[in-house]
Write a protein that binds this ligand. Structure first.
Ligand SMILES: *Cc1c(COP(=O)(O)O)cnc(C)c1O
Length: 234
């Protein structure tokens, strides 16, 4: 995609976020834009960085690590948004500032052990599985509090909040109903005394509903960069 086109899409996405925020009586600055750059070349990331975008998310380590290396002279914050498995924790702990998909104590322990001493704690969100469909990523809401307490005990991890990827819905109301559940789950953790400041929810097709439900960070790929090529399996 050419640079002007990408700049326009970036401006349009910022406008979507700002108008969704204002409709809910919120400030645009309270909703961070995480640019999901999986499937996109390093040059597209450079163009968005020139527009002032600083936070980028990647899902696939094989693809991400060369791009991180190529762009290392830029002052960017990298978020890992792909599925976390044991064989990926070391690379995530060594190369990323954030991980959004923590859903098991075992993975939390590995990330904590493998986070390099010279780096600040890894910022983490717990992924919550809102629908009753085992096999998908995420922990059931009823187990989120116990995992959050465990994460809080680990010095090399910093618990920031909750994340979800709800099933696709076609209406605003149906989308928002899922995000309301994550908001509710966050309220329960806050009431239990945990400190959280991040609700990582909302993607290209449902960012308005997510912001209406209290999202503080939207993860946007397609709306920014256009359609991706077919994705690898993991
Ligand atoms: C790919 C991806 C996104 C971005 O999705 P779009 O619909 O392209 O905006 C957001 N979050 C996660 C976890 C993803 O894997």
């Amino acid at each position: 995609m050419d640079r002007d086109h990408l700049r326009n899409r970036f401006a349009q996405t910022r406008t979507r976020i700002a108008s969704a925020a204002s409709k809910s009586g919120r400030y645009a600055d309270d909703v961070r834009l995480l640019a999901i750059s999986k499937g996109q070349p390093a040059q597209a990331i450079r163009t968005l960085a020139e527009c002032g975008q600083r936070e980028f998310g990647e899902n696939y380590l094989q693809e991400a690590l060369p791009k991180l290396a190529e762009l290392s002279e830029l002052d960017l914050t990298w978020h890992f948004t792909g599925q976390l498995q044991s064989n990926k924790t070391r690379s995530v702990a060594e190369n990323f500032a954030w991980a959004h998909t923590l859903d098991r104590e075992r993975i939390a322990l590995r990330l904590n052990d493998q986070r390099p001493d010279h780096a600040p704690p890894l910022q983490v969100c717990i992924q919550v599985r809102l629908e009753d469909e085992p096999g998908k990523g995420g922990i059931p809401p009823a187990q989120a509090l116990a995992l959050a307490r465990k994460v809080n005990e680990l010095p090399r991890l910093k618990l920031r909040g909750l994340m979800c990827i709800p099933p696709p819905e076609t209406t605003f109301e149906a989308q928002k109903a899922w995000f309301d559940k994550l908001f509710q789950c966050e309220q329960e953790l806050l009431a239990a005394g945990l400190s959280l400041d991040t609700l990582s929810m909302g993607m290209s097709d449902d960012l308005e509903a997510a912001i209406a439900a209290g999202s503080t960070l939207v993860r946007i790929g397609t709306a920014l960069f256009g359609a991706r090529d077919r994705e690898p399996d993991s």
